[in-house]
Design a protein around this ligand. Structure first.
Ligand SMILES: CC(C)(COP(=O)(O)OP(=O)(O)OC[C@H]1O[C@@H](n2cnc3c(N)ncnc32)[C@H](O)[C@@H]1OP(=O)(O)O)[C@@H](O)C(=O)NCCC(=O)NCCS
Length: 144
């Protein structure tokens, strides 16, 4: 059964593996360690099954605003609902902390991610032309 829980430092190697298998420009262990250390302003959640980490999400927040910094599922585990569970759990947890607006930025050609964000009521509010080389960046906002 899939469990969703906060990330700990012990999860760092597994999170790095997700980063490396998922992103062309993965975060380093140091960047992730820094984020996990700043607990008052960061929320990191992972989805695991039988001790195996399959996906994770990292939010940064301050006062009533937050930002989704990372969301990734291992390629073999995508389209199983993990991304949606992480995002919904994270938004609920942030709302409980008084966060009522969450922003994110996504490449215009990232169909699966855009589909997921729009399904969860994120609204596209701006376009950054050629933010990713030839590809535009979209800014999305969620209000809870
Ligand atoms: C975006 C991402 C995190 C989604 O994670 P996931 O665990 O596959 O998400 P879910 O299984 O919850 O899928 C959510 C929705 O996206 C859709 N989706 C997932 N993979 C898809 C794909 N390859 N093509 C089209 N739609 C897809 C699902 O169908 C689902 O919608 P539905 O329930 O209406 O069918 C994952 O694709 C990923 O890790 N991508 C690479 C990293 C990335 O781009 N992160 C986002 C950066 S902004």
């Amino acid at each position: 059964m899939i469990e969703v829980r906060p990330c700990t430092f012990a999860d760092l190697p597994a999170l790095i593996r997700v980063e490396q298998e998922t992103f062309a420009h993965p975060w380093t262990k140091e960047s992730l360690h820094t984020a996990l250390s700043a607990r008052e302003t960061h929320l990191a959640l992972l989805a695991a099954e039988e001790g195996q980490v399959f996906a994770y999400a990292l939010f940064q927040y301050l006062l009533d605003e937050g930002e989704l910094w990372r969301l990734a599922s291992l390629p073999a585990q995508q389209n199983r609902g993990l991304g949606q569970r992480l995002l919904e759990t994270g938004l609920d947890a942030l709302q409980a902390k008084g966060v009522h607006r969450v922003f994110l930025e996504v490449a215009a050609d990232n169909g699966p991610a855009i589909h997921l964000y729009e399904k969860l009521a994120f609204e596209r509010i701006a376009v950054r032309p050629n933010y990713y080389g030839q590809t535009d960046g979209y800014i999305y906002r969620w209000e809870g």
